[in-house]
Each structure stands twice: as structure tokens, then as C-alpha cells.
Design a protein. Structure first.
Length: 189
């Protein structure tokens, strides 16, 4: 960041550092590296690379610890950045916890943060909410009626439809996401 700031001053032009997701490359680069170097545990053994300065999605970490680890990098990337927290339920069911996560993001200096949570829909009965294996409204399983549940998840910062619209690497990444616990951190009490 300091280099970009210095060059901007020297040249009278805008230079910035962005924490770009490069979503199309996260799967492509790991395939290239796997072909070249083989399967390396912890490096090329997944279908995607973790983008930017994010804690890997499969790493078991609390929401607050993840925020504390990623937040310092936001100040370095004046061209853009984002951090995500994954919740396992509807945030409106616990607004106090949801608000504490948002406030902690702000307090840690995150420039742009987002809270992801599942949004599912049964296209047969129209139920909207969280659906595990069976629809809580009509009781059907996903296999019934040869009609899958619509599972909307944020991928690459966008809610653009169901998971079937995304490439294999992003679907693999989404399936391995760990939900982040939201205990009250000592510094937030």
C-alpha cells in the first residue's frame, strides 16, 4: 500500500492495491499446479485455492477470530477488499449476535464485511427458509418429484441464483465452508 501511495504522489496518478478474488483463477491455477507438481497435501489437494488474505473456508475458526485475522489487511488494500463470515442459520433469529459481528468488523477496521447465511427454497411447495434434507413445510425430500431444492448462497460477493450456476471450483469451495461460531469475544464484552 505504501508503494502504491508513493507512486501515486510521484506520478500524479491513482495507483491502488486491490484484494481481488480472481474467482475464475482459483480453480484454474490449482489444476495447472496439480498437473505440474502433482497432489501436494494442503496445497493442491482441493479443487480451489483460497483467495486473497482470507482464512481458508474449511478452517474451523470463530467469527471473531476470523475478523481479527483478516481485518488488518483491509487497511493495506485501498482499491477494494471484503471479508465474509458464515452463519448456519437465519440471522433474524438472533439479531443481537448478528449486530455484534457487524460491530466487531467495524471496530477491527474492516472496510467491507458481509455475513453469509443459507437461503433455501422448495420449488414444489414454495417454502423459503433453511432446508436440510427434508422440507419443514411439506415434508418432501430433495429426491421427491425429481425437483431439487433451490439453495442460494453468496459466491464471489454476489447472490445471483442457485449453486448450479457456479463453476466446479466455487461449488467445491462452498460445500467445504465452515460455519463460524459467534461467541462474545472478551474485547467486545
Amino acid at each position: 500500500r505504501s508503494y502504491c501511495d508513493r507512486v501515486s504522489q510521484e506520478r500524479g496518478m491513482n495507483y491502488s492495491l486491490i484484494a481481488t478474488p480472481a474467482e475464475g483463477l482459483s480453480g484454474r491455477f490449482v489444476r495447472i499446479d496439480r498437473e505440474r507438481y502433482g497432489v501436494i497435501p494442503g496445497v493442491t489437494d482441493r479443487d480451489y485455492y483460497t483467495n486473497g488474505f482470507h482464512v481458508p473456508v474449511y478452517y474451523d475458526i470463530s467469527a471473531y477470530d476470523k475478523i481479527a485475522l483478516e481485518a488488518p489487511y483491509h487497511a493495506l488494500t485501498n482499491g477494494g477488499h471484503i471479508s465474509y463470515i458464515e452463519l448456519d442459520g437465519d440471522p433474524s433469529d438472533n439479531l443481537e449476535a448478528f449486530e455484534s459481528v457487524i460491530r466487531y468488523m467495524k471496530d477491527c477496521g474492516m472496510g467491507y464485511g458481509s455475513v453469509n447465511h443459507p437461503v433455501d427454497r422448495d420449488p414444489v411447495c414454495g417454502y423459503n427458509g433453511i432446508i436440510e434434507d427434508v422440507c419443514p413445510k411439506c415434508g418432501r425430500s430433495e429426491d421427491a418429484h425429481n425437483q431439487p431444492f433451490e439453495r442460494i448462497r453468496r459466491i464471489t460477493g454476489y447472490l445471483v441464483g442457485t449453486l448450479d450456476r457456479f463453476n466446479d471450483a466455487k461449488r467445491a469451495e462452498e460445500s467445504q465452508r465452515v460455519k463460524h461460531a459467534v461467541p462474545m469475544p472478551e474485547s467486545a464484552e
